[in-house]
Design a protein around this ligand. Structure first.
Ligand SMILES: *Cc1c(COP(=O)(O)O)cnc(C)c1O
Length: 397
């Protein structure tokens, strides 16, 4: 059994704050400050350029990728870190399209995160030649998979509502239709068990600064199924994905397996922070995380629905059909969230009307949920959100 009191003790959680936004930016693992400081002073400071070999900087993206692999049901040697998620979406999608050259349709859904759609639109423009992005309602994806689809580009858990696609069923349907699948695990990795190998997903990508707590700007990861790893051709063919980066050849030759999905110099300091977080994750069972996540979210839904009749549940009621977040709708959602934040309950707002709360069992407790419900109930009952300063939109919502 995972000891969640022990995992919580390993995070810095400021006094007086109930943090329900770890789905957007995970908190600081206490050990990360020291780990990053060591990487700065001892490694960068004293080892200088020799750190690439002596401190293992060059292997870090694969070494840490192997530790993330366990959390997403992937075999060792199939996951590598680097770049941001938007870049990894582009990279996975470009490879998938090239592997299915007779088809021109990318299928996604209107609940997908805009950056994923934007990257697909940009890729279609670059490729020309009839490539199109087709988006349908999330509930229509299954029916929209046909023999025109080259690749699906879907985020398993909807960033706004927490609605979860059936990854195994959609992957099977796509494969039966001759399409490849690119799964975005931004709101899945570290949130719920994922079985990439078992579902036979082709490509997957995700970020580490959300549930995996690598800190703001932490790198993304990419997974390529072993059967494709030596076939997929990287469109972003950077030198560190080359077979022999230090041969300095004038012509690109892809490296073996997942190494070819590397692009350029890895973010060593950010990876040091991720390493400290993965030390915590190594002690965790994803099945335990899921069980506790369902307990926490069910408690929150029950509490809010009992106390705040004006808030409308936007997440699926059935916990099996959602990720590890709960969203409610209200026309004044932005102001309500600002009033909550001012009272130490941190969630976030997603346009046009969604109040979003992330539940992260590594450090969220039942007492946090009770406290958050109490504050939300008071903000709603006394209309405490109705102040001009809560209605001024900040740059980041
Ligand atoms: C958070 C998120 C992103 C963000 O991409 P970055 O390149 O890391 O800024 C992209 N896609 C999805 C589905 C996300 O949830």
């Amino acid at each position: 059994m995972t000891d969640f009191a022990a995992t919580r003790a390993q995070f810095h959680l400021p006094d007086g704050i109930i943090y329900l936004d770890g789905n957007s930016l995970g908190p600081l693992p206490k050990a990360a400050a020291g780990r990053v400081a060591r990487a700065v002073t001892e490694e960068w400071g004293n080892l200088l350029i020799t750190g690439w070999n002596k401190a293992g900087w060059m292997d870090q993206p694969i070494r840490l990728g192997n530790r993330i692999a366990r959390l997403i049901g992937a075999a060792p040697g199939t996951v590598v870190l680097g770049d941001t998620l938007s870049i990894k979406v582009y990279q996975a999608l470009a490879s998938a399209l090239e592997m299915n050259p007779a088809r021109r349709v990318i299928l996604s859904d209107t609940g997908n995160f805009p950056s994923d759609l934007y990257m697909a639109q940009g890729l279609c423009r670059t490729l020309g030649d009839g490539y199109v992005l087709k988006t349908v309602a999330p509930e229509e994806v299954d029916r929209a998979i046909d023999k025109t689809v080259a690749a699906t580009l879907l985020t398993e858990v909807d960033y706004r509502t927490g609605r979860r696609h059936d990854m195994a069923a959609i992957t099977a349907k796509a494969h039966a239709a001759g399409a490849l699948t690119v799964w975005d695990l931004a709101h899945s990795a570290g949130a719920l068990p994922v079985d990439l190998a078992g579902t036979a997903a082709d490509f997957a990508v995700g970020c580490t600064y959300k549930y995996l707590n690598s800190g703001p700007g932490g790198p993304a990861f990419i997974y390529v199924a072993p059967r494709h790893a030596d076939v997929a051709r990287p469109a972003l063919s950077g030198w560190l994905g080359h077979e022999e980066p230090f041969a300095f050849d004038l012509t690109y030759r892809p490296g073996g397996g997942i190494e070819r999905m590397r692009v350029g110099t890895p973010p060593v300091l950010q990876l040091a922070a991720l390493e400290a977080s993965l030390d915590i994750w190594d002690s965790v069972s994803m099945a335990d995380v899921r069980a506790r996540s369902i307990d926490l979210t069910e408690q929150f839904v029950r509490g809010v629905e009992a106390a705040c009749p004006a808030l409308v549940l936007a997440s699926p009621r059935d916990p099996a059909r959602r990720g590890s977040q709960i969203s409610f709708r209200h026309p004044q959602g932005y102001a309500i969230m600002q009033a909550l934040i001012a009272r130490g309950v941190i969630g976030d707002f997603r346009a046009p009307d969604i109040l979003r709360f992330g539940f992260t069992p590594l450090y969220t407790t039942h007492a946090d949920v009770t406290g958050a419900v109490r504050v939300l109930a008071e903000v709603m009952a006394k209309t405490l959100w109705d102040r001009p300063e809560y209605k001024m939109r900040a740059r980041v919502t």
